[in-house]
Ligand binder design. Sequence first.
Ligand SMILES: C[S@@+](CC[C@H](N)C(=O)[O-])C[C@H]1O[C@@H](n2cnc3c(N)ncnc32)[C@H](O)[C@@H]1O
Length: 481
Amino acid sequence: MDSICPIGLQCATEISALLSPPSPLQVQKYYHDLLTARGCSGIKVKQDGNFGKGLYADMDFKEGELVLKDPMLVGAQHPLNKIDCLVCSFCFCFIGSIELQIGRRLYMQHLRANESHGCEVGSSSKHCHEMDSSDEEESTQQCTSGSSKTKVPLPEGIVESLMNGQLVLPFSEKFSLPPAVPCPGGCGEAYYCSMSCAEADWGSSHSLLCTGESSDSARREALLKFIKHANETNDIFLLAAKAISSTMLMYRKLKAVSLEEQMKHNTSCVSNHCNLSILLEAWKPISMGHKRRWWDCIALPDDVDSSDEASFRLQIKMLAFESLQLLKTAIFDKELFSLEIYGNIIGMFELNNLDLVVASPVEDYFLYIDDLTYPNKEEAEKITQPVLDALGEEYSIYCEGTAFFPLQSCLNHSCCPNAKAFKREEDKDGQATIIAQRSICKGEEITISYVDEDLTFEERQASLADYGFRCRCSKCIEEEP
Ligand SMILES: C[S@@+](CC[C@H](N)C(=O)[O-])C[C@H]1O[C@@H](n2cnc3c(N)ncnc32)[C@H](O)[C@@H]1O
């Protein structure tokens, strides 16, 4: 990041500016502008409650009414889920064709059949919060999709024909998907539903994270090491890399605009102060999220004794340090993004993120075949039944990942909430969807439950400790022994 932080300086001013929380005025303006830009009416972000900022109703909502659809700021598909679902790396919609989705999944599973699936280090089950029980069941498929207990493999040639489009499944044209557009950088990892998604991703973060031929080879090597480390430890590092890359790229864009303006008006502003304000502008969307250092806020896993807490937290800090060193070699070589900042970005994801879930069209396809009548059904099933047998019980798997949503992350918790982050059939599109659980009056704070509302008082408080607070809602006060 040229001239923000010249080599030799320690970037102390910049680091402390990035770590300082935005002023209430800046917060108010950011969310006002965001809601206006999205044409989002009926809600407001306010900061005068007891728990920092919160989301408030600016109109009455009826029970079951949609309160908010919130597109993500930054999100990523879980690495293991990439085996099962080919989705646009920017908007996460399914791409290719029904045949490609199925053939690719069978092929990839075959390749991985003998590989062991490691568990993530330092990952928290909280990323699953706000899912209803049926979603939880579905989400476990990600870890079990390798199971071949009930599967009858298809011949390799058939799998290949599904992937290369030679074998067309009956009625699949009714479920057409956008063709897969490969990453313009040639990494072979990212695919898109359109050129506009490819360009948007390239401009917002992928140009710094692409491992394709067009990237410098030394950086590519470093990037591959960073990605491997994240895949083997915790994929939240990939999300942090996206957040940092998007800040760096936005800084460059804003700097270029500022230089152009200066040239136009024949003025000059090359001071560090000028660069710092551009940097803070680029950092603004990330600066707004509630943050704590990752190693301070991560929940202590059940199998770690409280007497070992200090060493566990140190281990997590070391893991973040390792990841940051790899990332620095790959995408920047100065000291701007310190361990403290990296820890705060990851901590922000830990405290705010929601599951990213997108429903698979493969499920709709097989349901359609099942609903056909004689003789179409019998004819179609001659071809589709062996495919279903090869896929096994989990014939359809959702795209799953984790994402930070700028407005949803303003919602405070209550054990008797008035809203819920539902994943309804029609809402499985990668956005956060907030639905009124009962009628909500204008002016009321909108709350969701971060944990299962049916847990006992003690269980709820134990789960909420992961978010760093004890709940004092009316239900908790009533139930407190
Ligand atoms: C997802 S954020 C919610 C927005 C947050 N209030 C902010 O200022 O950005 C979650 C954090 O808000 C605070 N919080 C949310 N609900 C709370 C509650 N019922 N009691 C105390 N703190 C709460 C906790 O610090 C929690 O880690």
